[in-house]
Design a protein around this ligand. Structure first.
Ligand code: PEP
Ligand code: MG
Length: 566
């Protein structure tokens, strides 16, 4: 039966295909009463072997050697004789196959945690093996990103950055999540890859694998009950539309030539290779042949370095970091790169940091605050950035996330300048920093406003929370007021203040931000051309008028209505 499911459209675009769900950990049924030990044992060992074989096959297909090594090591653990022995002992003690695997993995997990250090970091590997093997025994869908062998629409409760970072855009047509909010990392990564995405979409997790759907990432709608033929036609048109859009070129400016740098948000040099072409060059880069990723930016406004650290058991070493930063510095259009130091914590947990569990992680040790506990991580990163800059003959701008006070800004600037880094800045993500932007600029050379976190902290609303999306709407006047105050501080100090949160990617809101006085906008690659077109259609005076109208509105809906042309 045809049905339209509605959620928040967080990454525009159409797509159609069959859905496959990313399953969660399989729950254990009640223990079987009478078990036939030999049958249960062979069932359990078959499941462990199937799991090991599946992990080994994934290792072969892994996009890079690091991911390949992790998966291969995991497949060895699934074949570990010690694990097999525990499973056998559990079955002989009367457990069925699923409970025997669960208990054996729990036992080995405890042992790893007790051993600490490197071994403790492998505990999550055992969780994954447990989930996969139990799913095989119970005949439930395999946890993790599905691999149906053809392009599909990915459905999940929610996605962690580690899940999404290796998604193959040639296979995943769109992302649909039951939970999540407009500034969650699912949303950010979807936009970065030009994948249509709908989050907080109630009911989507209940769709059967293989169901054909059409997705509208702008309206936040998912239509079920369509057939293969209709889906193929929608997908064909979506690809054609993407090819047609985003044809504007050149540096960002208003219709009366007021310059506004349009910059890219990236997670690695691969993002630049996939999408980058310097301003003015006109051959669009489109590796997937899908009309995704036609850019012409003026540099990188936010290099999220934490993607190098995610999904790792050990932090990347100094040499590896130098190579990663140098690759970006060499590949960046126009050579302008703003590198953000590690932003770990909350929704980007990094187990190797050994951060304590916190009741309120978003309000705890995250971003720059991690350097209170592990100062050497930041120092190594700054050393690596300085070395990469020397090697590439570049002058990167370097900023810290979650700076809250002028004292923190001064401390960060001191450490960076001691290493020869000349352009030092901070992200404004905490209202305290926005309120004291002028004081921060006494210590720094630039500010970059992270509207995703600034919304979260200004409105006391978890950025992942679908129910609170209205509060997190970047058209909220209180958020715009803080941006205006930062921009004014920048103009008074004669120093640049840009926006690198997702607000910068909204073509109409971009006119408001420019009217408020920001000097650059940094966004995912697919948004560059629409934002450039929108600025080119407005004079600076019109942008300022839009800013006045938006600041004076009672709510985001009214603000949009007042600013919307016609
Ligand atoms: C932000 O908070 O707006 C930002 C750009 O940082 P991130 O989304 O990586 O937290
Ligand atoms: Mg942030």
């Amino acid at each position: 039966m045809a049905e339209t499911l509605r959620g928040l459209g967080v990454s525009p675009g159409r797509a159609a295909g069959r859905v496959y769900r990313m399953a969660g950990p399989p729950p254990l049924p009640a223990p079987a009463r009478a078990v036939e030990a030999d049958r249960e044992l062979s069932e359990a060992l078959r499941a462990l072997e199937a799991t090991a074989a599946e992990l080994a096959a994934r290792a072969e297909r892994a996009p890079d050697s690091t991911a390949g090594e992790i998966l291969e090591a995991q497949s060895f653990i699934a074949r570990d004789p010690g694990l097999y022995e525990s499973v056998e002992a559990n079955v002989r003690a009367g457990m069925d196959a699923a409970h025997a695997i669960d208990a054996a993995c729990a036992h080995h997990r405890r042992a790893l945690l007790e051993a600490g250090g490197y071994f403790a970091e492998r505990a999550s590997d055992l969780d994954d093996i447990r989930n996969r093997a139990v799913a095989v025994v119970l005949g439930l869908p395999m946890p993790g990103i599905p691999d149906p062998g053809h392009p599909f629409v990915l459905v999940a409760e929610d996605l962690a950055p580690a899940d999404t970072v290796n998604l193959d855009p040639a296979l995943v047509l769109a992302l649909l999540t039951e939970k999540g909010g407009p500034t969650s990392h699912t949303a950010i990564l979807a936009r970065a890859r030009a994948l249509p995405a709908v989050v907080a979409c109630r009911g989507v997790i209940g769709l059967d694998d293989g169901t054909w759907v059409s997705v509208d990432g702008a309206r936040g709608e998912v239509e079920t009950g369509i057939g293969e033929e209709a889906a193929t036609e929608i997908q064909r048109r979506a690809v054609a539309d993407r090819r047609r859009s985003g044809t504007s070129r050149g540096p960002g400016r208003t219709s009366d030539d007021h310059p506004v740098k349009l910059l890219l948000n990236i997670g690695s040099a691969a993002d630049l290779r996939a999408t980058g072409s310097p301003a003015g060059r006109d051959a669009p880069a489109d590796p997937a042949g899908e009309g995704r990723g036609d850019v012409a930016s003026e540099g990188v406004g936010l290099f999220r370095t934490e993607f190098l650290f995610l999904d790792r058991r050990e932090p990347p070493g100094y040499e590896e970091q130098v190579a990663a930063y140098e690759a970006v510095l060499r590949a960046a259009p126009g050579g302008h790169v703003v590198i953000r130091t590690l932003d770990a914590g909350t929704d980007k947990p990094l187990p190797f940091l050994g951060l304590p569990e916190e009741p309120n992680p978003a309000l705890g040790v995250r971003g720059l605050r991690v350097s209170r506990i592990r100062p050497e991580v930041l120092d190594t990163q700054l050393d690596a950035i300085a070395e990469a800059a020397r090697a590439a003959g570049a002058e990167p701008w370097v900023m810290a996330p979650m700076v809250t006070t002028a004292g923190e800004a001064a401390d960060f600037a001191g450490r960076a300048r001691a290493r020869g880094i000349r352009h030092v800045g901070a992200m404004v993500e905490v209202p305290a920093a926005a309120l004291r932007a002028g004081r921060l600029l006494n210590e720094l050379d630039f500010l970059s406003i992270g509207t995703n976190d600034l919304s979260q902290y200004t409105f006391a609303s978890d950025r992942q929370h679908g129910e609170l999306a209205d509060l997190l709407d970047p058209w909220q006047a209180a958020l715009l007021q803080l941006i205006a105050d930062c921009a004014a501080a920048g103009q008074a100090a004669g120093k640049p203040v840009g926006v690198c949160g997702e607000a910068a990617a909204d073509p109409l809101l971009a006119t408001v931000l420019v009217g408020l006085g920001v000097s650059s906008l940094s966004m995912s690659a697919p948004s560059i051309a629409p934002v450039r077109d929108s600025l080119a259609a407005h004079s600076l005076a019109q942008c300022r008028q839009n800013a006045r109208l938006a600041l004076g509105a009672d709510d985001p809906a009214q603000a949009r209505k007042l600013v919307m042309p016609g």
